[in-house]
Ligand binder design. Structure first.
Ligand code: SAM
Length: 240
């Protein structure tokens, strides 16, 4: 299905059952998840392509580091911790939230003394304290379009005034051109696991301006950028 057909079907709302299936998919994928990030196995596209991938990750990490995040740091949908170690370097405390114990069991930061781990469904979770910094990596593309505003409202409620926000996600090319992608329709995508099982997840590619506007509506000044090929990322702060 091409992009136009996907857009045509994108008005279909995502059901609670589909969100549960998505979480179950990550539970099953936990042992093989990091192959994607480290470009191993079927994600290894050869030295030259991999070099671009890692160079663009470095680009985003440098942009993050230049903003001097600090204090009490909250990371949402933390997974196996592809970004958690970097966040912990900057943080006084790090609170990590994810719905999957299986993903968290691969995350090295959960054993650290200044890390608080919360296993919760992010579609119903709400914060019990305010944070200086909030981040979510490769998460908003898994949000139903109709829930994006509610998510940013929750993020805004997590932040102190002046608190900082960071996110990174796939651009459409990196989100669709991988061997585990079996098809896409509307807001959903079918993914394959190494054992051959298929699962349907949510996958959306929100526009830079669309994200900035929703963030602004809930009091977050967010600037969204793209690396040349693979990633979309945003940096900003809560203004009210
Ligand atoms: N942040 C990590 C990264 O950058 O690699 C992981 C991103 S992974 C694409 C999505 C994560 O969201 C998984 O760890 C999964 O367990 C978690 N997740 C999925 N649905 C969830 C839900 N309803 N509540 C909380 N976490 C959820």
């Amino acid at each position: 299905m091409n992009r136009k057909e996907r857009e045509g079907a994108s008005h279909e709302r995502v059901t609670d059952r589909q969100l549960q299936d998505q979480l179950n998919y990550y539970r099953e994928r936990a042992p093989e998840y990091d192959d994607w990030w480290h470009r191993r196995g079927t994600f290894n596209h050869g030295d030259e392509v991999n070099r671009v991938w890692f160079a663009e990750i470095s680009m985003v990490k440098d942009a993050f580091k230049s903003e001097h995040f600090e204090g009490d740091f909250l990371e949402l949908a933390v997974g196996t911790g592809t970004w958690s170690c970097l966040f912990l370097e900057e943080a006084r405390t790090l609170t990590v939230v994810d719905g999957s114990e299986e993903m968290l069991s691969h995350n090295p930061v959960v054993a650290e003394p200044n890390v608080r781990t919360i296993i919760a469904d992010l579609f119903s979770w709400s914060p019990d304290q305010l944070y200086d910094s909030v981040a979510f990596t490769f998460w908003i593309s898994h949000l139903p379009r109709e829930r994006l505003r509610d998510f940013f409202t929750m993020v805004s409620r997590c932040l102190k005034t002046g608190g900082k926000i960071f996110f990174i996600d796939d651009r459409e090319v990196s989100g669709t051109c991988e061997s585990h992608v079996m098809g896409a329709s509307g807001q959903t995508m079918v993914r394959k696991l190494n054992n051959g099982d298929h699962a349907t997840i949510v996958k959306n590619f929100f526009g830079d301006k669309e994200i900035e506007k929703i963030a602004a509506d809930v009091g977050i000044e967010l600037h969204v950028h793209c690396t040349p090929t693979y990633f979309q990322y945003g940096l900003g702060s809560k203004t009210v």
